[in-house]
Design a protein around this ligand. Structure first.
Ligand code: FAD
Ligand code: MLT
Ligand code: ZN
Length: 474
């Protein structure tokens, strides 16, 4: 497909450091993390300031060039990957990566959108504070991308999603004007809460350039355990036991299946199970407190002892050091990488009410096995907030291509169960380009009409991340 060439005005705004046009240098920006999509772009724009972003957007609006905003490019739904069209650019926020201010009086942090999550966490730590968002891609994903997908991750059960961690935003709108909402207020009821419109919009309404984030007191005590549990119900009962004992102490509660753990220990170097034998189900419990001598070890041991007596936990390994804690977390966080190395997989990032998680796992697994004999369900994820990754690994006897050709059948099969349980077809990864065809069936009628009206009002030319989130060419 012949690409149009980039008008020369961009070079005068961005200079040579701000434009990548060489095809081999552009390649990493044109493909997604899962290796499912590849697109085209006239160039990758890498502005260094909000003013440069705004000037680029104005030129794009003038010339009808579509813009694909990109952060760390770790999207699981192809949200940051361009399509195969002649007039579009990727706009990477990677050069806008500064921490502008950490304020431990207001407990806020003001950052640029291209700041990598791990760097945001470190900046908070350096001020004796905590930025609690945490997920497997934290070494690559950026604040703008995390907010644009309203990322969840491992600590939602305690701190909420990215939305709950945001107080203010600066956004460049599709006409190049700038909304300066970098306020650090806990209360601000002044008309429509525009800042929340851009959280979860996946780059279809504007470009987030800076954000005010909430920070929290640092953890002074932690206790982490990996537990073998007999079934999904026991995992949920264990979660309830901890919540009842001390709800405020639960930082994360994650579920993993035996199949997923087997993939991690097989495909990830150095990943070993700290338990005497393999189990069919596991729960990872992570407790933390900002006060000293919080008694978390005693809490952990007390709850696990009671759960063992009740037959709800059959074995457990408690972390005795920071290294052991990291090793336990690694077993959980390497699930996506292990699945990738093990061949093709279909991801179903779904949520249900927390009480329905065991039924979801059982019924969706059974339905997938019936649909594709030999396929291996790999359910894992954020049990404490009701978000399970109901992923399916290809059968060993099937080619990756044949298996992936069934992706939509598999997603439909899982979603049938999810719908019956009152859940959502996308819990934390967003819609991207993968799930646009589900929007009409799940969010149709007035809800989708309102979304289309918002899109048309803010982006009448349709240049912001076209083909993502909304079905059709809206
Ligand atoms: P990108 O992938 O670059 O972009 C994501 C979307 O946001 C795209 O639609 C893009 O156009 C848009 N966008 C990016 N930056 C901006 C901006 N500044 N302004 C406007 N729009 C923008 N997600 C979770 O929620 N929880 C998890 O536990 C989790 N675990 C993961 C583990 C692994 C190993 C991987 C690879 C991914 C995981 N993800 C998870 C998915 C992914 O990391 C998140 O969706 C993350 O929020 C994306 O951040 P990013 O900077 O990579 O964004
Ligand atoms: C995770 O929680 O590890 C990811 O969001 C899940 C996935 O890769 O499916
Ligand atoms: Zn997840």
């Amino acid at each position: 497909m012949p690409l149009d060439s980039l008008p020369p005005d961009f070079a005068s705004i961005l200079g040579p450091a701000g434009i990548i046009a060489d095809p081999s240098d552009m390649e990493a920006y044109l493909r997604d993390w899962r290796g499912l999509w590849r697109g085209e772009a006239m160039a990758v724009l890498r502005p260094a300031t909000t003013e440069e972003v705004a000037a680029c957007v104005r030129l794009c609006a003038r010339d009808g060039i579509a813009i694909i905003p990109q952060g760390g490019n770790t999207s699981m739904v192809g949200g940051a990957t361009p399509e195969a069209k002649p007039r579009q650019v990727v706009l990477s926020l990677a050069r806008m990566n500064r921490v502008l201010e950490v304020d431990t009086a207001d407990m806020t942090m003001t950052v640029e959108a291209g700041l990598v999550l791990a760097h945001a966490q470190r900046a908070a730590e350096e001020h004796g504070a905590l930025f609690p968002l945490s997920l497997g891609a934290e070494g690559t994903a950026m604040i703008g991308g995390l907010l644009s997908t309203n990322a969840g991750g491992n600590t939602t059960v305690r701190y909420g999603n990215a939305r709950e961690l945001m107080l203010g935003l600066e956004v460049v709108l599709p006409d190049g004007s700038v909304v300066n909402g970098l306020r650090r207020l806990r209360k601000d009821n002044t008309g429509y809460a525009l800042r929340h419109l851009f959280v979860g919009a996946e780059g279809t309404l504007g470009i987030i350039t800076r954000a005010v984030l909430r920070i929290f007191p640092a953890a002074r005590e932690t206790a982490t355990a990996l537990c073998a549990v007999p079934d999904e119900d026991a995992a949920l009962t264990l979660f309830r036991r901890f919540r009842t004992a001390d709800e405020g102490a639960v930082r994360a509660f994650e579920y993993m299946s035996g199949t997923g753990m087997d993939l991690v220990t097989r495909y990830v170097e150095g990943a070993t199970l700290p338990l005497s034998e393999r189990a069919a189900h596991y729960a990872l419990v992570d407790l933390s407190a900002s006060r000293e001598r919080a008694g978390l070890r005693a809490l952990m041991e007390g709850v696990l002892e009671a759960a063992m007596e009740a037959g709800e936990v059959t074995d457990a390994a408690l972390a005795e050091s920071e290294a052991q804690r990291a090793a336990i977390w690694r077993l959980r966080e390497e699930h996506p990488e292990a699945q990738k190395r093990a061949g093709a997989s279909v991801k179903n990032d779904v949520s249900v009410p927390v009480s329905a998680v065991p039924t979801l796992i059982r019924e969706a697994s059974e339905a997938c096995r019936a649909l594709i004999p030999g396929a291996r369900p790999v359910p894992f994820g954020h049990m404490g907030d009701g978000n399970i990754h109901m992923n399916l690994q290809q059968p060993e006897s099937m080619t990756a291509e044949d298996f992936l050709a069934r992706s939509h059948d598999i997603m439909d099969t899982v979603n049938e169960v999810v719908r019956r349980l009152g859940g959502s077809f996308s819990a934390e990864h967003g819609v991207g380009r993968l799930k646009t065809d589900m929007m009409a069936g799940w969010r149709g009628g007035a809800e989708l009409a309102a979304m289309r009206a918002i899109k048309a009002a803010l982006d009448p030319l349709g240049i912001m991340n076209p083909g993502k989130v909304l079905p059709g060419d809206a």
